[in-house]
Design a protein around this ligand. Sequence first.
Ligand code: PMP
Length: 338
Amino acid sequence: MDIKNNILETIGNTPLIRLNKITRDLPCQVVAKVDYFNPGNSIKDRMALKMLEVAEAEGKLKPGGTIIECTSGNTGMGLALAAVVKGYKCIFVTTDKQSKEKADILKAVGAEVIVCPANVAPDDPKSYYSVAKRLAKEVPNSYHFNQYDNLANRLAHYETTGPEIWEQTEGKITHLVCTAGTGGTVTGTAQFLKEKNKDIQIWAIDVYGSLLTKYFNTGEIDENEVYPYISEGFGEDFIPANYDMSVIDKFEQVTDKDGAVMARKLAKEEGLFCGYSAGSCIQGLMQLKGSLKPDDLVVCIFHDHGSRYVGKIYNDQWMMERGFLDVKSFKDIVNGRP
Ligand code: PMP
């Protein structure tokens, strides 16, 4: 019989799907690793399970313990699923910038969610980083996973995402394009792929307002370049320990508007209803298309599902209020014109 023992056994082995229309102007094949096929609807299920297994093995998480984590939702979902199966409690600390749907989903799987202001410095006592640290001290038998600096994050991608892409492309991948936040996905996947073939180009996609690109290009941490952005799940205002910049070849920044518009296009043209960062990933690739050749095989990673953004990028009013959808197109949509 082919029966999974629990939901955690369905994590990983996600499909690689060819993009047929949205990248038609590119000279080469482009495929997407669509990780919303994971049970928590995002790639973060992979690292959540790995962080939990490592914490158990190292004795940092004890039976009946409480998982504490800063999460915009996707890591929380992965941890919550694993916690339900393995018998732990979860307290997640998130920011008021994240979609309400994400917090509601976490509550649905039994987690407690604490919302903190987004636009404060990481060392501010009100920041979600500081609140998580404080809770880890106050809550008995708890462990703060810290996905930013916990190297089990990138290890999950070194052990699963990288090998899957290598096998699915029969080693023919020439470029990996991936949005970067904690750096776990891009670094772990790249570490594996570069070991197999050092010529594979790794392009990390970032957002304007994040300091990652400037740091990559100059080695400087320039806080003057950091400002609030609307894109969700990627970009960073510090450099998490999960980064190994030596396996990344290029960083490219995308605007909030371009990423959102591209995500909507992806749904309409490919039937891939993905999150904000998948749109930004494709937008970043488009900005870099000049360096692609006909024999290239580009793999884009799509981190999560569009259902978490129905009140945001998939909502016309929300898009129009931010100037992401012009008023004329909005009126056309309201009047039912194409
Ligand atoms: N996109 C989404 C939707 C995410 O949740 C994340 C994780 N924060 C990323 C992209 C970036 O992945 P990573 O943290 O592994 O760099």
